[in-house]
Design a protein around this ligand. Structure first.
Ligand code: SF4
Length: 408
């Protein structure tokens, strides 16, 4: 029997799908993440933009084309937001949501969709075993209610995995690098143990630790000291800025000013001078004036980002920002073009600092990532090898390098 787990959206969805796939494998299914013929389809949807929701709905039709007889189970944010849009589609057997993902396989068993099994699906599943990178989910949900974001309504309030189970899973997963993921990992807490405490504990393991997206507020001296002293936390910090204008940040219900955000970037560099700071920016938020937008451009220049992911504002029904007057599409398009250029300049400037210098790279199937998240290509690189390399020139989306030493 073959099962297809098809995923749209964020890293968190990918991590959760990976655990659903493991659960299906444990039940004897041959599992794939590519759309094709299958006996059972599980669709993990995304609602972050209207486009993502549309693609989620279209995926049902694509599954039906491959096998009109197979049950289609829909979970994830788009089904939490508008379950009816999926339930009405022919062939859809079950629609859950974003908050019930840990129970999806149990629900299928109860409905007799596959046979009884002794393997229980855990609420905080272990990452997929791999020799290179594993994604470890440490937290779910969000209490921040940014005015443009639907996620807190779909995922519920913040909750964290126990430090003990995270340490156990990290020690057992066999990967050389672990990426800590969640919706808002900055709010991680297990009793007295916050994210800094967790990093200190993970510092005892012989594995590289990379952090998922962080909120600027978590980047205190105490946090950065804990990260540095852990010794295995990679100097890569994804700090979502969203806008460089304090007025827009206030309208977004982000809890920092432009100056505070840029201060966080400076603080990161005090502890990790070569750190890659990457970010997300929303372009064309309602009421973003030309002056506000130029503040975002200048903040990109000042922060010295290694990478900028920019997105045009997309109104999500049910959020506070959906009540605001959207900007004309042409204005958003024009600003997106300028932001993309600024982002390219920032990325090239960051990369050029490392030409001729040494980096440590964990190679994957094609290329690998350095400690500071530069994409590196090298002749003779073996998947899973951790190597010391010297950077020779920029290439494609990263750099070319020569291997100096294979470390493990
Ligand atoms: S921090 Fe803001 S943008 Fe991120 S999930 Fe929470 S509400 Fe959404």
């Amino acid at each position: 029997m073959k099962a297809c787990v098809f995923t749209l959206g964020c890293k968190m969805n990918e991590v959760e799908s990976a655990s659903l796939m493991r659960g299906l494998e444990a039940r004897g299914y041959e599992v794939t993440d590519e759309l094709g013929y299958a006996d059972l389809y599980l669709l993990n949807t995304c609602a972050v933009t209207a486009e993502a929701e549309k693609k989620s709905r279209q995926a049902v039709a694509r599954m039906r084309k491959f096998n009109p007889q197979a049950p289609v189970i829909v979970c994830g944010c788009a089904s939490e937001r508008d379950g009816g849009a999926f339930a009405r589609r022919e062939g859809v057997t079950l629609v859950t949501g974003a908050q019930n993902k840990g129970r999806v396989l149990d629900l299928l068993e109860k409905r007799g969709i596959f046979r009884e099994t002794e393997t229980a699906f855990c609420a905080l599943p272990a990452p997929k075993r791999t020799k290179t990178r594993a994604f470890l989910r440490i937290q779910d949900g969000c209490n921040r209610f940014c005015s443009y974001c639907i996620i807190p309504y779909l995922r519920g309030r913040t909750r964290s995995g126990s430090a003990e189970s995270i340490l156990r899973e990290a020690a057992q997963c066999g990967a050389k690098e672990i990426v800590l993921t969640g919706i808002d990992i900055s709010s991680y807490r297990d009793g007295d143990c916050d994210l800094s405490g967790l990093l200190r504990k993970l510092g005892e393991l012989p594995v590289r630790i990379r952090l998922g997206s962080l909120e600027a507020g978590v980047v205190t001296d105490g946090f950065l000291l804990a990260a540095r002293e852990a010794g295995n936390v990679m100097p890569h910090f994804h700090l979502s800025m969203q806008s460089g204008s304090t007025a827009v940040l206030r309208a977004m219900n982000r809890k920092y000013t432009r100056e505070e955000y840029l201060g966080c970037c400076g603080r990161v560099r005090k502890y990790f001078p070569d750190a890659a700071i990457t970010t997300d920016i929303i372009v064309g938020f309602p009421a973003e004036t030309e002056e506000d937008f130029e503040s975002s451009l200048s903040a990109v220049r000042e922060a010295g980002f290694a990478r900028v992911h920019c997105f045009p504002f997309s109104s999500r029904p049910g959020t506070a920002a959906a009540k605001l007057q959207d900007l004309p599409a042409a204005v958003k398009r024009e600003r997106m073009g300028r932001m993309a250029e600024e982002a390219k300049r920032a990325e090239s400037a960051y990369i050029s600092r490392f030409i001729g210098r040494e980096l440590t790279v964990l190679f994957e199937e094609e290329g690998g990532y350095s400690e500071n998240y530069i994409r590196v290509y090298a002749e003779g690189a073996r998947e899973g090898a951790l190597c010391r390399v010297r950077v020779t020139q920029p290439e494609r989306d990263g750099v070319r390098a020569e291997i100096l030493e294979v470390l493990s």
